[in-house]
Design a protein. Structure first.
Lengths: 81, 153, 153, 81
């Protein structure tokens, strides 16, 4: 499946767009997403280890399974307040 | 007439493109059930380690930021006897001395209001998906992405 | 341009017969040198242990109250790196949900502002010669004189 | 010497006036003031043990010496805030 990933802050700046697409195997997890982003979106490599991911507006773990249609976002370390 | 039963904490959450009206924030938590109001404002400081800031720029993941702020308010309300809780975060450009965030809580007694206010800002800074871009006086700018703490919650 | 030398904390103290303007209090501590503002409001609660308050009446020993409040602000400024500190206390009749006291402090970072704000209200309640008279819903009134803590300071 | 003592809150209510006068020996201390107030101002007896005193707008101890012309005040337990 192809999923669209929302990008914010440094990730949006590096990629130059507010989203990117990545192809994932069926029943992929967030660990798969991180690996495939590194392979398919070269601009994210410098920061990929610092990123968390949200699935359906909730923080996900590496084991979280991604289903088609899920809202996926890259969450670089936050700095609000 | 006897003391009324405890009511649910009144929660209000806002992401705002315009200057935060701290009077409104205070009004939203003021109640005859409360003996204490604590308001925290995070304001834009000019100097950080000798570098001069001209302004800040905030962006967020709106749906998730609102959802996380609501969760934090509910967690605080479960932990402390709060009458009301209001959290507002600015987006876009925030000038020097302006507030980027306002958190107000009210409670019957002051200790709970101080503890809840401090916990809310500490936790907001760790888990709410909002990002700050520093615009320095030398014309450069950079996204602020603190390292080394696990923000998952 | 480098970070300017630390300036003295700006202190403002007031005893007021009229409603406290919390916007004014916040404005008096806001500064580009500060990253955090903490405001505490002590507000008139309707119920205390099942008894209903209609209003409070405050009196003070004005010369000594002002002098003590100034001393507390100076002690806080010596202990925490405060940019500004403002303390206002109401006198006379204070209605439900109105503030009897407002304490605002600003500092470069938030921990100092929370700690100083909490210390100032705790210590004001112990040492500043101001007295509260409760006016209950049953038509009685009484001066509040807490026992058992040494207020000397 | 005769000193005038400012009264506040419960002490003002009990005495019914904002000040009272008390006669003290020369070089009297705050301990003497407390004893003489009990003797000379009967209305204060019920609360005298709970009172502190201020001399010159500062909290005094029992040992503080009172000079003619000092500003003296009864300070019942405070309840501001």
């Amino acid at each position: 499946m192809i999923v669209e990933v929302k990008l914010f802050a440094i990730t949006r700046q590096l990629v130059g767009r507010p989203t990117c697409s990545v192809e994932l195997p069926a029943s992929a997890t967030v660990a798969d997403l991180r690996r495939e982003l590194s392979r398919q979106v070269a601009e994210l490599v410098p920061v990929i280890k610092s990123l968390q991911f949200a699935v359906g507006t909730q923080y996900a773990t590496d084991a979280t399974v991604i289903s088609p249609g899920d809202e996926i976002a890259c969450i670089p370390p936050v700095s609000g307040g | 007439m006897s003391e009324p039963a405890k009511h649910a904490t009144q929660i209000s959450i806002e992401l705002s493109e315009s200057v935060i009206d701290s009077q409104d924030v205070i009004r939203s938590v003021t109640s005859p059930a409360a003996g204490a109001v604590v308001l925290f404002l995070g304001t834009t400081r000019e100097f950080t380690g000798g570098r001069q800031t001209v302004y800040l720029d905030y962006e967020c993941y709106p749906e998730m930021a609102r959802c996380k702020m609501q969760e934090l308010a509910e967690q605080a309300a479960a932990r402390w006897p709060l009458v009301a809780c209001c959290m507002v975060h600015r987006l876009g450009r925030v000038n020097l001395a302006e507030a980027s965030v306002a958190i107000a809580v009210s409670s019957p007694h002051r200790l709970a209001a101080f503890e809840a206010g401090q916990w809310l800002i500490d936790t907001l800074k760790q888990v709410v998906p909002i990002w700050k871009q520093e615009h320095w006086s030398d014309g450069t700018s950079e996204w602020v992405h603190p390292q080394g703490n696990d923000k998952r919650n």
